[in-house]
Design a protein around this ligand. Structure first.
Ligand code: 9MR
Length: 450
């Protein structure tokens, strides 16, 4: 144990306790040195958004969602099965919570999604409807949901995933019952319900020039020609490592040239697990390619990631053995992809090097408890106060701390300097310690300094 600057009680307690092997991790002070992504995006007139889960918008998850992003998309909360699980019985709680959080934090909301083949309530999909009844159900749903948030949402994904891979229309409840014109009817109903919201058609595998994106292009062109209200296209961008389409920017540009906005609406880049450092570096390069393609086209309004942390991503459930698809890891530490997004938005090109680092270690562990310490060391920088935060992934709970004031809320731990050790000079270090409980496993978290 090097330079353990603790009280004599702790020092004696720890004397002779061996550092547990392999439990050291350092986190550069990334966020402290870089501007948040939302500031970088705003300076370029772009949106940087994330899909969110309403129930998670507290603690570290909420702090990052608010600090880094200027737009939120409810991942599931505004889908039909979420808002009207039984006919005529509405549940707006999570959707309202996300909208209120966004308004409190000066963020846009992208409504997602009104007319889709998936995540519809059973009463709707199992019913037998005439075309007139189906049209009424669809337009009533749009009037109710869009009307509820009238004037408060920037954007709506009105129609989601209308095409097959070969560019033919997907056979859905809507297409089969109403024909292709359900799309125009939905857009028209949405415009009537909220004239100020931008109305989008959103789909996946339409990022490059291909049969599906060409079908979408032809649809948007004909809607424009008919005077149907259509403001933008959403390219979801659920990508696989190594497969960013080479025609991405060209494709964005051709939609822009039709006179509509373009948004990257659901970006993630999945990797076969476990992801190694070379793959994470390649993923960063590809995140940068995607964000840069949007930055390069004036009518590309911005990029939304489909969850900002690997702990809140749909990928591992849907594609077993794949994951690590988002810009933050499961412990809320920014990955190379985070810095790549910052770079594409005009931020610093590399994570800061001359900096202060926090190193977390478990110095002794027994059947139900352990003693941990965090050492904050500065090299090429200094601090006049500090706060170290991390998230415990396995239910660990801090019971006592020294040389810092620690609080824990759920998984989120925050430790601030004591009155006497806020200063960490260039070349110096400060250490604080704590006792905590654990069971099952005691994984080492990544510590962020702020
Ligand atoms: O992220 C959503 C996930 O939690 C749901 O289980 C899933 C069900 O299909 O939908 C996910 O979001 C989808 C989005 O609404 C539309 N594009 C594809 C997304 C990933 O499936």
């Amino acid at each position: 144990m090097r330079s353990l600057r603790t009280g004599s009680t702790l020092a004696s307690l720890l004397t002779g306790v061996a550092m547990l092997g392999g439990l050291l991790l350092a986190a550069p002070v990334a966020q402290a040195a870089d501007a948040p992504l939302r500031d970088l995006a705003a300076a370029k007139g772009k949106v940087i958004g994330t899909a969110v889960t309403g129930s998670k918008l507290t603690g570290t998850y909420g702090e990052i969602a608010a600090r880094e992003f200027n737009a939120l998309t409810p991942g599931n909360a505004m889908k039909w099965e979420s808002v009207e699980p039984a006919r005529g019985s509405f549940n707006w709680a999570e959707a309202d919570r996300i909208v209120a959080f966004a308004e409190a934090n000066g963020q846009e909301v992208r409504g997602h999604t009104l007319v889709w083949h998936s995540q519809n309530p059973g009463w709707l999909t199992n019913g037998t409807w005439t075309a007139a009844q189906l049209r009424q159900l669809m337009t009533d749903h749009i009037a109710t949901e869009v009307g509820r948030y009238k004037g408060r949402l920037a954007t709506w994904d009105v129609v989601n995933e209308p095409f097959n891979e070969d560019g033919t229309y997907r056979q859905t409840l809507w297409y089969n019952g109403l024909g292709a014109d359900y799309i125009a009817q939905a857009l028209t109903a949405a415009r009537a319900a909220d004239p100020s919201a931008k109305l989008y058609i959103n789909d996946y595998n339409v990022e490059g020039v291909n049969a599906k994106s060409t079908a979408l292009y032809n649809l948007v062109k004909s809607l424009k020609e008919r005077g149907v209200p259509i403001d933008g296209v959403g390219l979801q961008a659920h990508l696989i490592l190594g497969q960013v389409p080479s025609t991405l920017q060209q494709n964005i540009q051709r939609f822009a040239d039709l006179g509509v906005d373009v948004a990257i609406t659901e970006l993630d880049i999945r990797i076969n697990l476990p992801a190694d450092s070379a793959e994470l570096a390649q993923q960063a390069t590809e995140y940068k390619q995607v964000v840069s393609a949007c930055v390069a086209v004036a009518r590309c309004v911005g990029v939304t990631v489909w969850g900002f942390t690997d702990s809140d991503s749909w990928i591992p459930d849907t594609f077993p053995g794949q994951g690590a698809a988002t810009p933050y890891d499961e412990n809320f530490a920014p990955k190379p992809a985070y810095h790549a997004i910052a770079e594409a938005l005009g931020g610093t090109t590399t994570p800061p090097t001359g900096a202060c680092k926090a190193t977390y270690s478990v110095v002794s562990q027994w059947n139900s408890g352990f003693t941990g310490q965090v050492r904050i060391a500065c090299d090429g920088a200094s601090l006049s106060s500090w706060k170290a935060t991390w998230a415990y992934g396995a239910g660990q709970r801090i019971s006592q701390s020294w040389n810092a004031t620690c609080t824990q809320s759920g998984a989120a731990v925050s430790c601030s300097n004591a009155s006497y050790n806020g200063t960490v000079p260039n070349g110096g270090s400060v250490t604080f310690g704590f006792n905590a409980s654990w069971s099952g496993s005691n994984p080492v978290p990544v510590v962020t300094l702020g």
